[in-house]
Design a binder for this molecule. Structure first.
Ligand code: ATP
Length: 235
């Protein structure tokens, strides 16, 4: 589904991502694990066209993403849940969700089906459909941000640290929802510092440190690796 080949990313003269190669297959949940500042957000920004690669290729469903603008990339089927929730706090849950479909012609024709799908995964959003987004709890707002990204009908859903600022029980609940989303046929790229919970939902993961991939493996092997246990799981 997504292939990244030999990617270099820079801010001005400062290189942040070095020769990064990775892939995400159909119906797969892939983790990008790494500490603060490793380059996860920068990598994601390049996939959705916010940063132009210095070198390398981004290929989605067999076609290069090079030269496409963010809204065009979203139309192709990649949807991002950014680290900042970027909801519209003075708009209702329903209005926020509908905005998720606004720029994607395919999704505009399927608003009611997609709303049903989002409500099936997050029933709380249906209960709160007329509530202003800004008055909901942090966990509910995170669910709304994911729901809004799903309204664009993605084939690949990218989440940038969805666990940030949430209490542990909510993280577990939220990550379970990602499993449901994957089962519906959406591939997932999960950038996380919360490796412990992240490992429970991904099929395969990459470890990104100082802008370089230092490990790649299936979840079970990552969980058993001495490096992961020592550096990320506090074992
Ligand atoms: P975090 O979880 O804190 O967002 P991250 O793994 O997502 O961490 P990035 O935000 O991608 O890491 O940052 C990678 C590196 O790039 C860091 O050293 C950061 O200081 C630097 N960086 C990020 N944004 C910019 C920018 N706009 N200009 C210059 N340097 C930047």
């Amino acid at each position: 589904m997504l292939e990244i080949k030999n990617l270099d990313l820079k801010y001005g003269r400062i290189q942040v991502i070095w020769d990064l190669t990775m892939s995400i297959y159909n119906n797969e949940a892939v983790g990008i694990f790494g500490p603060n500042g490793a380059g996860k957000t920068t990598l994601i920004s390049s996939i959705v066209g916010l940063i132009k690669p210095e070198k390398g290729e981004l290929i989605f469903k067999g076609n290069s993403l090079s030269g496409f603008k963010t809204h065009e990339i979203i139309r192709k089927g990649i949807s991002l849940v950014p680290q900042e929730r970027e909801l519209f706090p003075f708009m209702t849950v329903e209005e926020n969700l509908k905005l998720g479909a606004a720029y994607v012609p395919n999704a505009r024709n399927r608003i009611s089906e997609n709303l049903d799908f989002v409500f099936e995964i997050f029933p709380i959003l249906k209960e709160r459909i007329h509530q202003l987004a800004g008055t909901m709890s942090g966990g509910q707002q995170r669910m709304l941000a994911i729901g809004r990204a799903l309204m664009a009908n993605p084939k690949l859903l990218i989440l940038d640290e969805p666990s940030l600022g949430l209490q542990p029980s909510l993280v577990i609940e939220l990550f379970q929802k990602l499993v449901e989303i994957k089962k519906s046929g959406v591939s997932i790229m999960l950038a996380e510092q919360n490796v412990k919970q992240g490992l429970k939902v991904i099929d395969r993961g990459y470890v990104l440190e100082n802008g370089k991939i230092v490990m790649e493996d299936v979840g079970k092997n990552l969980a058993n690796s001495p490096h992961i246990q020592k550096s990320y799981l506090g074992v």
